[in-house]
Design a protein around this ligand. Structure first.
Ligand SMILES: NC(=O)c1ccc[n+]([C@@H]2O[C@H](COP(=O)([O-])OP(=O)(O)OC[C@H]3O[C@@H](n4cnc5c(N)ncnc54)[C@H](OP(=O)(O)O)[C@@H]3O)[C@@H](O)[C@H]2O)c1
Length: 320
């Protein structure tokens, strides 16, 4: 079958680690099933894999891609939950042995992907395969950040750093639909304008002065925006952090954290139950994932290139 593979690790030239071509079809073990992939979406995780972050050389080559929507062996339209737990029915993100598709098991950028049966969530008929393929990583991460980890009540003010990203656009759409006042920053004027169109209440240049302090900040940029995030919070406010694209080691400014009694809360992906509730949230509110571009899987390198260049507003989707 045709697939997109991380063949090696290349920290400085991730595109050179990408290989497109024939790979064996999966043979699902007991309790697993094969999904015929209709659409798959790109995440920064896939770029990290090519760079060799979060994966060891002995796992390569591996098919990349965490997210997919497709059809199961019984003909049902499904969304694939990307978090693979290794036991128990609890929150699989807290399982110390858990992995994401494409870390230990082949990922979704292929004609077929093998997944545990329990990882299949019904795809709402009102979402296209392309829209549904955006949900399992970026939208699920945004859902947990906003609705499980932030402690925010509707009407609260939330700042989203780096408005153009897949997670960031999801935060704006979901936060707005839930009745939060959503403010967003971006380095790009064009992306700030698009964030307003998407439903942000106000937008600011990266690091820009805010008219008042916010209740919570949603962080996925990391080092480049961390100092601004700390300064943006009201006393007792909370940063929810799920990523650090620009670097992981900004000054911690511990004096600010304790003196203003700030909380810093980590968040990763979400549970299968949260993914099911996210699909329902989309149905009930009419929110649809924002897609920057849709490409055939054979042109995957073009999508990766745009993400590496930071030249995106929303998700890149590959059709199979
Ligand atoms: N913990 C989890 O479960 C989880 C899940 C999903 C994603 N993540 C992580 O979250 C991060 C975002 O993921 P994504 O898929 O949304 O990636 P993405 O689509 O590539 O996000 C890129 C956005 O980050 C901002 N950005 C990047 N570098 C920046 C810099 N130096 N200074 C300021 N802003 C910068 C940009 O915002 P502007 O151009 O608008 O300024 C850009 O739009 C990644 O690091 C990813 O690994 C974690």
């Amino acid at each position: 079958m045709f697939a997109v593979t991380a063949a090696r690790m290349s920290p400085d030239d991730p595109l050179s680690a990408l290989e497109l071509g024939d790979r064996p079809e999966p043979s699902p073990p007991e309790g697993w099933t094969a999904v015929t992939v209709k659409a798959a979406s790109l995440n920064h995780h896939d770029v990290w894999t090519l760079r060799g972050v979060g994966i060891s050389a002995d796992r390569l080559p591996i098919i990349v891609g965490c997210d997919a929507a497709g059809v199961d062996e019984d003909g049902n339209e499904v969304v694939v939950h990307a978090v693979i737990g290794e036991g128990g029915d609890g929150d699989e993100t807290l399982d110390p042995r858990r992995s994401l598709l494409s870390e230990r098991y082949d990922g979704t950028f292929a004609e077929k992907v093998a997944v545990p049966r329990r990882n299949l969530v019904p795809k709402p008929a009102s979402l296209s395969f392309e829209q549904a393929a955006c949900l399992p990583t970026a939208y699920l991460t945004a859902y947990r950040m906003l609705f499980v980890k932030s402690g925010l009540e509707p009407g609260a003010t939330v700042l989203v750093q780096g408005a153009g990203g897949g997670v960031a656009t999801a935060l704006i759409l979901l936060g707005r639909a839930a009745g939060y006042r959503v403010w967003a920053t971006s380095r790009s004027e064009a992306k700030r304008a698009r964030a307003l169109e998407l439903g942000a209440d106000q937008v600011f240049p990266a690091g820009g002065r805010l008219p008042e302090r916010v209740d919570a900040v949603m962080e996925t940029v990391g080092q480049a925006t961390w100092a601004h995030s700390l300064r943006a919070l009201r006393p007792g406010g909370r940063i929810v952090i799920a990523g650090a694209t620009s670097g992981t080691a900004p000054p911690a400014e511990l004096n600010r954290v304790f003196f203003l009694q700030l909380s810093v809360v980590g968040s990763t992906m979400g549970s299968r139950g949260e993914l099911a509730r996210l699909t329902r949230f989309c149905e009930q509110t009419g929110v649809r994932p924002l897609i920057d571009r849709t490409l055939p899987l054979a042109l995957a390198a073009e999508g990766f290139g745009a993400m590496i260049a930071g030249d995106l507003f929303g998700k890149v989707v590959f059709t199979v």
